[in-house]
Write a protein that binds this ligand. Structure first.
Ligand code: ZN
Length: 313
């Protein structure tokens, strides 16, 4: 009887161990398979695509590059017996949307909501060098961008047009009530280290994944309305990040993921852009110039147009 009990116990434990391993294997896809299924060439064991549009991975890293732009993943890439594997959710959210043959079935953009970060008693970051406040800079870039968009036939909705504090959930609701097709939140960055510089964009963290700054364990947080657009958000993030870094020559800090309140309940694709560090003397000097803020607005505009060109009804 004791022996039978032991056998039942041992087989249950083995069942759990084997089951877990199978579940783990089932959640991983070899890069070779990703390339083959999508008609793309392997360039090396850890990269595929074409020389001009390469997806490059690194063993044990939660970041890959696409056309040289840093794209964080939900889980680290795994190298096993010379082959590289990615998590199936990473394929779904981060790779597949960027593949050249992927069709994005969504109506073309008409109404674009622009969100000037901060306002009123919330100044945002302040440049230590010249006391410039983020809330005025975000408004300035939004107005420049609005002009460019309206000239091209888009309708623009501003979440604020004055120096006024608007609660974060209200900004999302303004975009939703206007039935916006796209939401762009504009910010400037600040860091304790004055050497930090460059451009970063944030999408809502994809379903079941951890944000860029968290560990990559399975995240069981609730899904937000904005998670409906996980794949499109990544494409939007890539379009804006590549356009901004190309034109400004700023350091590429990647298309990161966070559960920022303004992005959570959006009923359209959305993104938050950090257009440079006010805490970095050189970058702050550039941002102070209105000609440079024109470049920022033009880059975001180009990114939006690029994103729009990828959509088909
Ligand atoms: Zn900000």
């Amino acid at each position: 009887m004791r022996k039978i009990k032991y056998l039942i116990f041992a087989s249950a434990i083995w069942g759990i161990v084997i089951g877990r391993n199978l579940a783990c294997l089932a959640a991983e896809i070899p890069l070779v398979k990703v390339a083959k299924t999508n008609g793309l060439q392997m360039l090396s064991a850890d990269s595929f695509g074409t020389k001009g549009a390469a997806f490059i991975f690194k063993d044990n890293s939660r970041v890959f590059t696409f056309k040289k732009i840093l794209m964080p993943l939900g889980f680290p890439v795994v190298k096993r017996y010379g082959r590289y594997y990615i998590d199936s959710s990473d394929y779904k959210y981060h790779i597949q949307p960027l593949l050249p043959n992927t069709k994005h079935r969504r109506k073309k953009l008409k109404i674009i909501a622009l969100d000037a970060g901060h306002g009123g008693e919330d100044n945002g970051a302040t440049a230590p060098w010249n006391k410039l406040q983020e809330k005025f800079l975000t408004m300035d870039v939004c107005l420049r961008l609005a002009k460019l968009l309206e000239k091209s036939g888009y309708r623009v909705v501003l979440t604020r047009s004055q120096d006024k504090k608007i609660p974060l959930p209200e900004r999302t609701q303004i975009a939703n009530r206007a039935k916006a097709d796209l939401f762009i939140s504009i910010h400037f960055n600040s860091a304790p280290s004055t050497s930090a510089s460059g451009i970063e964009t944030f999408t809502l963290t994809p379903s079941t994944q951890a944000s860029s700054y968290q560990s990559s364990s399975r995240n069981i947080r609730r899904n937000f309305i904005g998670n409906t657009f996980d794949g499109l958000n990544i494409v939007l993030g890539y379009c804006l990040q590549s356009s901004l870094t190309e034109r400004t020559l700023g350091i590429d800090r990647g298309v990161r993921h966070s559960t920022f309140v303004v992005l959570r309940d959006l009923k359209c694709p959305g993104i938050l852009v950090e257009c440079g560090f006010l805490s970095n003397r050189e970058e702050c000097q550039k941002i102070t110039s209105s000609a440079y803020r024109d470049v920022l607005a033009q880059s975001i505009f180009d990114g939006i147009v690029k994103f729009d060109s990828l959509l088909s009804d």
